[in-house]
Design a protein around this ligand. Structure first.
Ligand code: ISA
Ligand code: CA
Ligand code: CA
Length: 167
């Protein structure tokens, strides 16, 4: 069940329509991330918040809680693999973090994702979260395609197409 402090944070944020808009999501994420001095970030953009919201039609209490728990889980991984405590992921750290998050990607795909999400070779926290939100959406999409439930999505498309379809 959802604890009361979370409910009150949600209610305060969501307002009377009881759902979180992209702008409200951005406000809370940037407020919370600024409390964590060890995380490098240039702030969550509207674009990245829209991506996070895309997963669900509306961000009600349950959807918001799911997103929050995902970010919390990914934050733990981020800290675990930020080996030099730089507050950002190097491509080497990123590869390990994605692995730990359950995304077993080949070299090429790792490189494509780093190229897509890194700024001067490092991936800051908000970019890290966006990358994981994107990957999760991608894998959910391919699992849908791969109906025979082998658990392995046969993706015989080029990495470029892969990432192009998920800008
Ligand atoms: O609420 C917090 O500060 C921790 S526990 C989880 C969290 C951390 C960063 C973000 I952005 C969102 C959520
Ligand atoms: Ca960023
Ligand atoms: Ca680092």
């Amino acid at each position: 069940d959802i604890d009361d402090s979370f409910k009150s944070m949600f209610a305060q944020l969501a307002g009377e329509d009881m759902e979180i808009s992209v702008r409200e999501l951005r406000t809370i994420l940037n407020r919370v991330v600024s409390r964590h001095q060890d995380l490098l970030t240039d702030g969550f953009s509207m674009e990245s918040c829209r991506t996070m919201k895309d997963g669900s039609a509306r961000l009600g209490l349950v959807e918001f809680q799911l997103l929050w728990n995902k970010i919390r889980k990914w934050l733990v991984i981020f800290r675990q693999f930020d080996l030099d405590k730089s507050g950002a992921m190097s491509s080497y750290e990123m590869r390990m973090a994605l692995e730990a998050a359950g995304f077993h990607l080949n070299n090429q795909l790792n490189q494509v994702l780093v190229a897509r999400y890194a700024e001067n070779e490092t991936i800051d926290f908000d970019n890290f979260i966006c990358c994981l939100v994107k990957l999760e959406a991608m894998f959910r999409f391919f699992q849908e395609l791969n109906k025979d439930d082998t658990g392995v999505a046969e993706m015989n498309i080029t990495e470029q197409d892969f990432v192009a379809n998920f800008p």
